[in-house]
Design a protein around this ligand. Structure first.
Ligand SMILES: NC(=O)c1ccc[n+]([C@@H]2O[C@H](COP(=O)([O-])OP(=O)(O)OC[C@H]3O[C@@H](n4cnc5c(N)ncnc54)[C@H](O)[C@@H]3O)[C@@H](O)[C@H]2O)c1
Length: 276
């Protein structure tokens, strides 16, 4: 079902690597809902990923940008303004990477230069992008900015490692910048805290399959898929959510409010029976 919720709007979308990517689904839905899109990703991702396939499908230009590099971000925003012929209306930050997670280095043996890289790519990049957008006055009044987060920002989850700290900073940046951009330009900034999802970044986390099974059993509505996450993003980009800002919004089938579910108790009891 298409509602034309983004008719006439223009959006910049970071992080569509392949069709599993949450950003891929967001770009597709945004296009279906009438938006004009520009896609961006890191040079390595544009070489190895499928972003070009998506760009053809949705008639989008691609601009390369490593989000740790301020010159790249500045170039990205300038080119985006050129291609759109003016300001744009929404932006999706869908970026995460931890060298410690990738290399299997545990949190209590962390490598600090890796840790800094995690924070830079996954959290500070959000600040860098928004500060550059503001410097260039790139986003229309009443625009909307969304970044993707995870519940590890509030609750400790085994093996999520330094990404938990990155997500806590990311959510804090959304509030701090949301205040500034809100009072100046009525631009809203929110994070969506998404269920565990099978993607390239997700699969980097050791034990993802068990986590997906656990949260599926714990959540009354079940895990949220990437496509469902995209639907939620569309509402936040649309004019229907103009006064929602500085929030971390859980999109997790109810997991974040649960303590224990019937399905999880049954699974736990089964393991007792098997071990007795
Ligand atoms: N998959 C999950 O379980 C899950 C759950 C909650 C939140 N998230 C968040 O969703 C977002 C998107 O991740 P995904 O799961 O779709 O995985 P993904 O691997 O498809 O997307 C991550 C993206 O980050 C990009 N990226 C990495 N380093 C970059 C850099 N230096 N410059 C520019 N881009 C860079 C990658 O190229 C990739 O496109 C991330 O913030 C992730 O933490 C994922």
């Amino acid at each position: 079902m298409v509602y034309n919720l983004l008719k006439g709007k223009k959006g910049l979308i970071f992080g569509a690597l392949n069709k599993q990517s949450i950003a891929w689904q967001v770009a597709l839905k945004s296009y279906e809902e009438g938006a004009e899109i520009i896609l961006t990703n890191a040079p390595f991702a544009l070489r190895l990923g499928d972003t070009k396939i998506l760009a053809e499908k949705i008639n989008a230009e691609i601009i390369s940008c490593d989000v740790t590099n301020l010159d790249d971000i500045e170039n990205l925003i300038k080119k985006t303004l050129e291609i759109f012929g003016g300001k744009f209306d929404f932006l999706l930050h869908s970026i995460g990477m931890s060298p410690n997670v990738r290399k299997g280095i545990p949190y209590d043996h962390t490598n600090y230069s890796n840790f800094l890289k995690t924070l830079d790519v996954s959290a500070l990049s959000f600040h860098k992008i928004m500060q550059t957008c503001r410097n260039y006055d790139a986003i229309n009044n009443w625009g909307s900015i969304v970044a993707l987060s995870y519940i590890a920002a509030q609750r400790t989850l085994d093996r999520y490692n330094d990404m938990a700290d990155a997500k806590a900073i990311l959510e804090s940046i959304a509030r701090s910048f949301g205040y500034i951009y809100g009072k100046e330009k009525n631009i809203r900034i929110n994070t969506i805290s998404q269920s565990p999802t099978r993607t390239k970044a997700g699969s980097g986390v050791d034990g993802l399959e068990s986590l997906i099974d656990f949260t599926e059993k714990m959540s009354p509505l079940g895990n949220a898929t990437a496509e469902e996450c995209a639907n939620y993003c569309i509402t936040l980009f649309s004019d229907l959510t103009k006064k929602v800002t500085m929030q971390n919004l859980f999109h997790d089938g109810g997991f974040s409010s649960m303590g224990m579910s019937e399905k999880a108790i049954r699974q736990y009891e089964k393991s007792f029976e098997e071990n007795s």
